[in-house]
Design a protein around this ligand. Structure first.
Ligand code: G3H
Ligand code: 13P
Ligand code: ZN
Length: 359
């Protein structure tokens, strides 16, 4: 059983210059697909559950499934993370159910729709970080609002996502504000906004620097070289997955995701956690459609789910290899949460002020 905190895992990733994909989970099949890929690649994993996933699968089911996965794959360090926590209660109940890490997304208010003020974001994120650190759990904060630089709009996922049109200032994290935010909240990882958005409809063309502002990541990393950066909305929406879905009755309009090579560039500039959900959904759905179409008499769910799991496993393997996560599982000696809590109390895990701020 190797449950690891996000902080310890990302510290290791930073030391050895790799990134870790954070895959969303809603059910057993996704859990097995991720863990099989992790075993194939000898990679540590971040499994994350959104509020929607917790409602869908039930907290107890998710908690026991993670226990089971840790038992079945004891050699793989597993970080269980709350994706887009909207308030203190979401984060604290996640920890109560065995999550080792939470995201307090204070970029939006608790309704997960209204862009929040900077002061609100600092206050709630700092409070959650203080509480989580008492028990050794890690905290990811978010500064800037996810959304498209092409349209100014955010893509809502199960009710999560900014409403209305966002300004360029809201859509791009300000590097100086990021320094202030990290020092005041003491988050372990910082999600930034650089033009990515959730879901399949990210870009109307292969993104260049005008619509995917990787330079923002480089600027933030220069000012906060010791802070682990997180890229949300990082599915690549592969053409072959769009094609398979559309070849078997789907009607997904042509779209473009975040190219894997841009993520690899981000990893060179402090990106350590890369959030991926849509690609996994598409990998599975492509197979559902194919099997339903090719075998219209089939009615055994396993005949749909097994190929779906295999397709998701392959996608996860590709990302572990591309991000350099592969081969690192056995190199990590997992630090228990109690010991992480002591380290926070001793101030050993406080954010290190950037050279830019010290200057
Ligand atoms: O935050 C975005 C993830 O893709 C989770 O989506 O809220 O539909 O589970 P969800
Ligand atoms: P995608 O929709 O690009 O997979 O992003 C998922 C995500 O950011 C979850 O927090
Ligand atoms: Zn996200």
């Amino acid at each position: 059983m190797a449950r690891i905190t996000l902080r310890q895992l990302l510290d290791h990733a930073a030391e050895y210059s790799y990134g870790v994909p954070a895959f969303n989970i809603n059910n057993m099949e996704q859990g097995i697909a991720i863990m099989e890929a992790a075993r194939d690649c000898e990679a540590p994993v971040i499994i994350q559950a959104s509020r929607g996933a917790r409602n869908y699968a039930h907290d107890i089911m998710l908690a026991r499934m993670i226990d089971a996965l840790c038992d079945i794959y004891p050699e793989i360090p597993v970080c269980m993370h709350q994706d887009h926590g909207n308030n203190e209660a979401t984060c604290m109940t996640a920890i109560r159910h065995g999550f080792t890490s939470v995201m307090m997304d204070g970029s939006l208010e608790a309704d997960a729709k209204s862009p929040a003020s900077y002061d609100y974001n600092v206050e709630i994120t700092e409070r959650v970080a203080r509480m989580a650190h008492w028990v050794g759990a890690s905290v990811e904060g978010e500064l800037g609002v996810l959304g498209s630089l092409e349209t100014g709009e955010s893509e809502a996922e199960d009710g999560h996502g900014a409403e209305g049109t966002l300004s360029q200032e809201q859509l791009l994290t300000d590097p100086d504000q990021a320094v202030d935010f990290v020092l005041r909240t003491k988050v372990d990882a910082l999600a930034i906004a650089c033009g990515t958005s959730h879901g399949a409809n990210k870009f109307s063309r292969k993104p260049d620097g005008d619509i995917l502002a990787m330079s923002v990541i480089e600027d933030i990393h220069q000012k906060l070289p010791n802070t682990h950066l997180v890229m949300h909305g990082s599915s690549s929406v592969p053409q072959e997955l769009q094609d398979i879905i559309n070849a078997f009755g789907g009607e997904m309009p042509q779209t473009f995701g975040v190219p894997v090579e841009e993520i690899v560039r981000g990893i060179k500039h402090g990106v350590r956690k890369i959030n991926i959900d849509t690609d996994c959904r598409m990998a599975m759905t492509g197979q559902f459609r194919k099997i339903a179409s090719e075998n219209p008499t089939e009615f055994d769910p396993r005949k749909f789910l097994k190929p779906s799991m295999d397709a998701m496993r392959e996608l996860c393997r590709d990302r572990f290899d591309a991000f350099g996560t592969s081969g690192n599982a056995s190199k990590i000696r997992v630090v228990p949460m109690d010991e992480m809590a002591d380290r926070y109390v001793e101030g050993l895990l406080d954010p290190v002020p950037s050279t830019a701020r010290a200057a």
